[in-house]
Design a protein around this ligand. Sequence first.
Ligand SMILES: Cc1cc2nc3c(=O)[nH]c(=O)nc-3n(C[C@H](O)[C@H](O)[C@H](O)COP(=O)(O)OP(=O)(O)OC[C@H]3O[C@@H](n4cnc5c(N)ncnc54)[C@H](O)[C@@H]3O)c2cc1C
Length: 479
Amino acid sequence: LPQEKRTTPRHAQVLILGGGITGVIAARTFKQAGINNILVIEGREELGGRMRSTEFGGLTVELGANWIQGTQTGNGPINPILTLARKHHLKTQFNNFDDLTTYDDTGLVDFIDAANQADTDFNNFNIVAGPRVANAQVDMTASAGYRLSGAKILDKQAAAAQYLNFDFEYAQTPQESSWLAASWNNNFTFVAEQGGFSEANLMCIDQRGYKTIVQGEAEDFLTSDEILLNAVVQNITYSSTGVSVTLTNGTVITGDYALCTFSVGVLQHDDVTFIPPLPAFKQEAISSIAMATYTKIFLQFPTKFWFDTEMGLYADPERGRYPIWQSLDHPKFLPGSRILFVTVTSDFSQRVEAFTDEQVQAEVMDVVHNMFPNIEVPEPNAFLFPRWHSDPLYRGSYSNWPPSFFSGHHENLKLNVDRLYFAGEATSVKFFGFLHGAYFEGLNMANIIISCIEGNSTCNTALTNGGEVTNSVPFDLNN
Ligand SMILES: Cc1cc2nc3c(=O)[nH]c(=O)nc-3n(C[C@H](O)[C@H](O)[C@H](O)COP(=O)(O)OP(=O)(O)OC[C@H]3O[C@@H](n4cnc5c(N)ncnc54)[C@H](O)[C@@H]3O)c2cc1C
């Protein structure tokens, strides 16, 4: 697609705010329904959003989404991202998170037993959660869920193993996360017996970047006049008759309808101003969900000196300190690349974002020296990490469901205000956080707007209520 638009339409029937997978799949859905007067407005210079790759040490690496999580089991439900990947001939490899070498701050130490125990703990965590959802019992923190299902985290190795099972997926700690939502989110994606796709993590190693499936898809049905790139939305004015957006360069664009796909992190940080201000119930919903951060820190070395497994797990005395290591220099991935990356999440991500690259590199290299005390480790020749939390177009990596986020909050998060609609990975109840969640939300919300345009009654997403979220049993302060 051309980088510059030729003409700027000032009015469209539907404005799609954001050119990530939600926006592109929504655009496809409108066009398939014969709604051709649409405009996708995107702040960056390309489509893809959090599917974002970059050149690093002579190769393409993924700064954002990297895996198709859950593929397909037999003739069961298929992850729609897998369908897109096949259509666009995406190069992928299965990534086995159990193919692990374990380290702590004294070097190579075998604690595979702890890793296996963490798998068992997570399984029990899900088994005990199931009936609670069915019985409408209250949610709790995932930490409480672990305790109630019998897990004991007594040392740094058990903590690192739990991190691999939990934080590595939700990008927040068990203490910050909902037990029940973490459990159904896992099951609907990874557990075929529970209606999920499969347990596989299919890693994109395509040198065009993972984003190629969104950009390739867009090329099939969007013309250059229907995409406005490098266009940052500053404010959104909405009413019962239409929506008007003002870009940072002052351009005003109007639409009969608009679909906002910006991350909840963007909505939380007031990077975009709503006129009138969003109603209180909507603001409460946006404030109640969490925007987590997941940070991959890439290093390229002059030689490969590390493990031959796909993964390395490092147990630091401080939980969450540079715990998950992945080798791209593996026969399955990018052999000869000499690239290793380490993942941090949550508060630790925000912590590293506040440091300079040099400071983070020095810390990471201290850990490398802990892990490989008997090896003369060379200095890296390339070092890079993205600052997702600081980026005003994202403000984090993906949403996570806190224990204080109730069903009513979720409905309100999804609710339209007049002609302004909302969709994105965060509005997916089953698949929040995931690409496939974003995909389904783009599809579903576009269909709701289409039915509205066609004059059907279902044009309001008010699924049950747009009001206050209340306690079914009020607090009794005299007790
Ligand atoms: C580090 C990381 C790792 C991940 N790993 C995986 C994974 O392996 N598998 C998986 O399934 N999912 C993964 N995800 C999650 C996945 O990337 C997201 O769920 C998905 O890409 C969200 O798509 P979206 O369209 O809802 O939002 P986005 O992709 O955020 O799209 C919204 C768009 O709006 C634009 N925008 C924002 N503000 C403005 C503004 N003011 N004006 C104009 N444009 C604006 C943004 O630039 C963006 O392009 C990961 C995400 C990250 C960050």
